[in-house]
Design a protein around this ligand. Structure first.
Ligand code: TXA
Ligand code: MG
Length: 318
């Protein structure tokens, strides 16, 4: 029997009994548990096979709730929250002592966001605790953007995926932390650097080498299909170097129809970057399921969300 269900009450009851429920958000599905339940939080790490040094994001119902989990909030953080919540922005802030260190991997900071999905917002408002939720995939694998992706990964490990349809945005939230008052982007994501800088001025982007183990979303290999995957800015050239038989292509713009390619999906036939983000993980799930020898993904323009998509593709190819 399918574990996918729209039963909000059951989701609430499971979460109140220290169990996990996969929840929809506008970015990707999350594997959620009560932040104050040690049983639930340990179960999240176990289910994902996620290392304990990798902290979790805390999902809260609205901006007013922030003061229950974070303190000493920089002015620029408040400005961003006011502008983008509910939405694909995660803020890393000093934590309240009441936030369990199991959530934050022993750090004094906590990552927080208000997700923008009607079903999950409704759920959060009926619960009297926030939800810790990493993306609902085994550690390092492709993130889930449909309830079926979660079911495929975890049908034997969790009781319920709360059905909220396909995720609107399709890649993870952008993570912003602070050094004093200075904003630092820890992870590129749905919210583009341009959109953030329009509100708070220049931000720095954390260099991968400096980041470990601060934001393992920046780990070199992550978001990865099982099939060998190549990022290419010239499909034609890449095809010349390959001797594989079954080649999959994830292109951008009108289909290219190369005779060497056995399956081609376009992330957006009209070259729309938002559409490409929305489709990226689903297309990777699809190509990964059909037993190809290699998947080639076309590099996207490095502007706006294109930069975040390229970041994910690059990590999928390491
Ligand atoms: O869109 C999203 O953010 C999704 C949905 C479900 O909300 N969640 C998600 O969670 O992507 P996860 O666990 O896959 O990625 C969380 C990232 C990790 O890279 C983690 O290292 C970073 O957030 N993180 C969490 N707490 C942190 C902290 N205190 N300091 C720095 N990075 C932190
Ligand atoms: Mg993840």
């Amino acid at each position: 029997m399918s574990i996918i269900s729209k039963d909000l009450n059951r989701a609430k009851q499971l979460l109140e009994s220290n169990e996990l429920v996969a929840i929809p958000t506008e970015t990707v599905y999350g594997l959620a548990g009560n932040i104050y339940s040690e049983t639930a939080i340990k179960q999240i790490f176990k289910t994902k096979e996620r290392p304990l040094f990798n902290p979790l994001i805390v999902h809260i119902p609205d901006s007013d709730y922030l003061e229950n989990v974070a303190m000493e909030i920089p002015e620029k953080a408040s400005k961003l929250a006011k502008k983008f919540w509910p939405g694909p922005l995660t803020l890393v802030l000093n934590k309240k002592p009441t936030v369990p260190v199991l959530i934050t991997a022993g750090k004094d900071t906590v990552a927080v966001r208000v997700p923008n999905h009607p079903v999950t917002l409704k759920l959060l408002k009926t619960l009297d605790f926030p939800l810790a939720a990493p993306s609902a995939n085994p550690f390092g694998n492709i993130s889930p953007t449909r309830p079926e992706h979660v079911e495929k990964y975890f049908s034997k490990k969790i009781k319920m995926v709360l059905d909220g349809g396909a995720c609107k945005e399709g890649i993870e939230s952008t993570i912003v932390g602070f050094n004093g008052e200075d904003p630092i982007v820890y992870r590129l994501g749905t919210l583009s650097i341009e959109e953030i800088e329009a509100i708070i001025g220049p931000v720095s982007i954390l260099n991968k080498k400096e980041v470990l183990p601060d934001a393992p979303g920046m780990l070199e290999r992550h978001y990865a299909p099982k099939t060998t995957t190549i990022l290419s800015d010239s499909i034609q050239k890449t095809l010349k170097t390959l001797e594989y038989k079954k080649i999959g292509l994830l292109s951008f713009g009108p289909k290219k129809n190369f005779p060497e390619v056995s399956t081609e999906l376009s992330l957006s036939e009209s070259s729309n970057l938002e559409e490409a983000a929305q489709k990226l993980y689903d297309a990777m799930h699809q190509l990964d399921a059909i037993d190809l020898d290699v998947i080639i993904i076309e590099k996207l323009p490095e502007t706006g969300i294109g930069r975040s998509i390229n970041d994910r593709i690059l990590r999928a190819t390491k």
